[in-house]
Ligand binder design. Structure first.
Ligand code: ZN
Length: 133
């Protein structure tokens, strides 16, 4: 298993990890297979969306905030229930096909760590698994 360790900078933020993940896929030597990208955290997530226009990420973050406002009253005493709910909406992992030794992403797709309770130190676990033809 490979680990990407990063420090996020804001409470809510998407961090594009496409390049680092493709480097890990290359290092694994797997040409055809699957890459599991997973966060072992309860207030973060992994998503795939547009990496070209940063306004897309801004719009997603703004609308998640409108859906689950941080200032709302929640039971969880730690005060970060909005971050837990956003994490569950986004999900903790993505499974991405690998072909030709790299992620089979569309032209505009990027893989993001989603931070909902930063700034924090975060780990992203990667497992690259070969698949027979
Ligand atoms: Zn909490």
């Amino acid at each position: 298993m490979e680990t990407i360790s990063i420090k996020t900078k804001s409470r809510n933020e998407f961090v594009d990890l496409t390049r680092e993940i493709n480097q890990a896929v290359k290092k694994s030597g797997v040409q055809e297979g699957l890459c599991l990208v997973y966060v072992p955290h309860t207030t973060a997530g992994i998503t795939i969306n547009e990496g070209a226009d940063p306004d897309v990420v801004s719009d997603i973050l703004q609308h998640l905030e409108e859906m689950v406002p941080a200032g709302k009253r929640f039971l969880h005493a730690e005060g970060n229930s909005d971050a837990h709910i956003k994490s569950t909406l986004v999900g903790a992992s993505q499974l991405i096909p690998v072909t030709g030794g790299k992620l089979a992403l569309g032209t505009w797709q990027a893989v993001f760590l989603c931070e909902f309770d930063g700034p924090r130190a975060r780990n992203v676990f990667l497992q690259v698994v070969p698949v027979g033809k």
